[in-house]
Design a protein around this ligand. Sequence first.
Ligand code: ADP
Ligand code: MG
Length: 691
Amino acid sequence: MSSSVRKSREKTEARLSLASGLTILPGIGARRADLLGKMGIDTIGDLLLHAPRRYIDRSAFSRIADLKVNSTQTVVGRVVRVETKLAKQKHLTIAHLDDASSRLACIWFNQPYLARTLKVGTIYVVSGSVSLSRFGPTMFHPEYEPYGDELLHTGRLVPVYPVRPGISQKQMRKLTKIALDRFGSLVKDLVPNSIRRKLNLPGLDRALYEVHYPASPSDAEQARRRLAFDEVLLLQTIFAISRAQRQVKRQARQHDLGIARMTTFLPFTLTSSQQRALELIIEDLRGNFPMRRLLLGDVGCGKTVVASLAAAWVCLNGGQVALMCPTEILAEQHLEALSRYLFPFGISVALLTGSMMAEERQTVKKALATGKIKAVVGTHALLGESIDFHDLRLVVVDEEQRFGVIQRSKLIEKRPEADLLVLTATPIPRTMALAVYDDLDVTLIDEKPPGGGNHTTRVVSERERSRVIDEIVARIKAGEQGFFICPALEEGSYGLRNVRNVAAEMGKLIGKDALGILTGQTQRDTRAEVLERFASGKIRLIVATSVIEVGMDIESATFLVVDQAERFGLSQLHQMRGRVARGNKDSVPYFVVSDSASEIGRQRVKILETTSDGFEVAECDLALRGPGDLIGKRQHGIPDLRFARLPDDTDLMLVAKEEAFTRILGGDSSEEWRLWTEAVREYVKGNIVIV
Ligand code: ADP
Ligand code: MG
């Protein structure tokens, strides 16, 4: 067998094994696999990468004679006697250990099988908190395992994993150990050696082993950094590939429409921020290289207008435009806005969403293929299906956090010449920008349109909730409208206020007819009806889950109540209140914080009373919550960062960036780099590779 054939076969084996389901491991049946699946562990690869949250140091052994009461210690001793007792309706198992210095009693309640497990004469390691009983030094419910070459639960730095009820730490350790023993060495280390050596990082199999079972805290940290580097190199390689795609040279688009002409039909004048952004975008649209631009600006700063005018420019020059949104509600709202702005130019806009009838969808698709339709607004359905465009030139993606770099790069890969404009209201703290948006040019709109009401955000405690309700009932009676947001949809999540109950509660106060319900599950027709009746003033209050968080534009709303506000992210709350300062009226967002919220949780929400600047809010969020939540896949659609910590690992990020960009843009043709980029492309396609 030639070495390259062998290599590729080994690689296939490694991939197969890493992607295999957990049931191939001994002791894992369908039920256990299911439980693990709920923790996001579906494959052997997931298991290997299930990072311990921390380690307990049980590496130092003590002599029984030296044990100190009330401290957690580890002891090796021979089982000299095992007795079982019934006391106060509890079953007791008592094992006496002897280590030649003295004796230790180990006591377990209600685990009668232990009497059979702990055989007299065998040597055990036990670890636990020491107390004094009538037997002398005693440990209640210690960790225990037979003394041997490879200790997992005692006598070492012991990993503590995130687990769920039904899976114990001990089981989790056994699983990671088996996975490591069986598959650890099959894992193919794809990070080029030359890069790894520069950073002095351990090889992948060693890092995987040591992140679970390190010999010392510094080994654990080195292992973590190695795995963190894989993640950031993956991320930066995706960015670099995306950057390389935009180097495609295309025919410059010469036709021109002056900005003055473009804005004649607007009912207002653009702010100078909007004007500058539009100029930059049009310059990009005309240029030789495809645009990859992020338009960043707080809720209500007027991004939609700018994107609409860019769309008009493209359509008037004969191209097509697609605008994509994370939810159907948003798609419908954008359809309305875009239609309004494009109508004066004689351009009509179509809608394409997953809940449309197949036939209807087919008609739209056909018209997109022939070029009859110039502009289309849709949801992921647009991304998911392969749609034929006659001449798609501009893709606008709204509310970035729901899409993310991978979808973006998939979309553009098919049409490298197209221009891409991403709109986001989630202000990214500058410290994070490097990780999240490195492949885009960033334009900031830092000015609010004139007019627009003011907020007076009020953060109140649970006790004041009924007063808040009195207030909004009074407001509704005075002709105002607003939203009531709950963290859950219906009963079931313990301790969470839900839409069903709140709707019933409010219905009694203001009448059922004055109330509408909106959730992620509301059918399209119902939703349209609710929004319409809200706009016409028939519905005075919409009770909703956080579906209204992004981009919804309802000018008549003047108040907002968020129940259990501590359950939401700060930026999320900031976006929600952005929904109710749209018109010229002043508005009040009320954030109700539960009594059970932590002090930090309460302080966090309080910040919203002191600032209305989205960037400041994001920076505070980062300072209080740490970057994990901010940068998590959920918010930004970037590869999971399970091991990398930002900003702590910024040095790794910088090296990864430097390497990825120089190698991709400089055309590194080495075998090791080819293998790595191949793996990254696989990852983007959704296949399991390394991290
Ligand atoms: P964003 O998408 O950034 O949250 P929108 O584009 O939806 O903001 O704009 C918010 C509101 O402000 C809309 O009702 C819009 O009509 C209005 N608006 C936008 N630009 C201006 C402007 N320059 N002057 C006055 N009103 C504006
Ligand atoms: Mg918007």
